[in-house]
Design a protein around this ligand. Structure first.
Ligand code: NAD
Length: 326
């Protein structure tokens, strides 16, 4: 039996998560439209799809409602990933972060409502748990936001809920927890910790851990995130929509453990990396000590079964970086 195929709009499709989603859904035979302004995404993430007749690249900015309206034409599902990530970036430039992450989000939501898409699935964030000290994090118990970025991601959830209630558009928010894997950008001032450390180790430089190394995170491999997007897109459970889900593995790893894991895996490719020492620096503003997701809601309502632990994910990611990092 041939599975049904759809037209899927992936905003931020030239970024880390978006380009992985493009690749996955193209491989499944769907039509994919990628909307991106290349603010933090890269053409090299999507070059291999440009010749695919099922792939369309729209270079444009979600801050333009007209652009969003063009992008959603005849689209079945929207996977909205476009945003300016990074807590430090939002502390430095809250205005641009708000314009993209809040006004841009609202534009996409309005355009999707007007185009009557089947469902609007969006990248939410674990930063919405803010100062809550509860572990594990359960979807309906959040604290106060700790950064402008966290505010924008929480506002997304509020808008999605109101749009579901008042206009009937189906939405699902996926609160991503520290995603990592192939194609995540190691460069730039706001690089995420895993690609940054990999690049530094590969250059035989010492990575700097913010704090004493005991802070912990629920590091989540990209393929688990892809699985959640697909489940959110295709679920037929009426009780599974118009809500948010933790998107994580459901285990936590300290930064010191992470560094050891990276070193062990990288040393298989370059034995000198085993001897590189790590530097400890001050804690970073807006960072919470620990983060760990409960994935029960995703398991029970969507049937989520994460396939990659951090160990398995790091093994895959390190091998990818070793062969692809330029
Ligand atoms: P990324 O920076 O690699 O991807 C974001 C993409 O959005 C980029 O390609 C960028 O060019 C595009 N973009 C930015 N502003 C735009 C605009 N105005 N118009 C059109 N496109 C624009 O980041 P990512 O890690 O792939 O993150 C994807 C989404 O997931 C974001 O919404 C982010 O907030 C969210 N998220 C990521 C993580 C993580 O650990 N990576 C965690 C929580 C939430």
């Amino acid at each position: 039996m041939i599975n049904k195929t759809y037209k899927i709009l992936i905003t931020g499709g030239a970024g880390f998560i978006g380009s992985n989603l493009c690749e996955y859904f193209l491989a499944k035979g769907h039509q994919v439209v990628c909307l991106d302004n290349f603010a933090t995404g890269h053409l090299h993430n999507i070059t291999s799809f440009l010749e695919n007749k099922h792939f369309t690249l729209l270079e444009g900015d979600i801050r333009s409602l007209e652009t969003c309206k063009q992008a959603v034409k005849e689209v079945d599902y929207v996977l909205h990933q476009a945003a300016l990530g990074s807590v430090p970036r939002s502390l430095k430039d809250p205005i641009t972060t708000n314009e993209v992450n809040v006004s841009g989000f609202l534009n996409m939501l309005v355009a999707s409502r007007d185009a009557k898409v089947k469902r609007f699935i969006y990248a939410a964030s674990s930063s919405t748990y803010g100062d809550s000290e509860n572990l594990p994090k359960v979807e309906d118990a959040i604290g106060k936001p700790l950064s402008p970025y966290a505010i924008t991601k929480y506002v997304n959830e509020l808008y999605a809920e109101i749009f579901s209630k008042t206009y009937g558009i189906e939405t699902i928010g996926l609160r991503y927890f520290n995603v990592f894997g192939r194609k995540q950008d190691p460069n730039g001032a706001y690089a995420a910790v895993i690609p940054l450390f990999v690049k530094q180790f590969m250059n035989h430089e010492s990575p700097v851990i913010n704090g004493d190394g005991n802070y912990s995170r629920d590091f989540t491999y990209i393929d688990n995130v892809i699985q959640m997007n697909e489940l959110a897109m295709l679920t037929e459970n009426p009780e599974a929509v118009n809500t948010v889900y933790n998107t994580a593995y459901g285990d936590r790893t300290t930064l010191t453990q992470l560094v050891e894991l990276l070193k062990d895996n990288l040393a298989l490719f370059d034995s000198k990396i085993a001897d590189i020492k790590v530097i400890y620096g001050p804690n970073r503003a807006g960072d919470i000590p620990h983060s760990l997701a409960s994935i029960e809601k995703a398991q029970s309502k969507l049937g989520y079964k994460p396939k990659y632990s951090i160990e398995q994910g790091i093994k895959e990611a390190v091998s990818w970086y070793f062969y692809n990092l330029k």
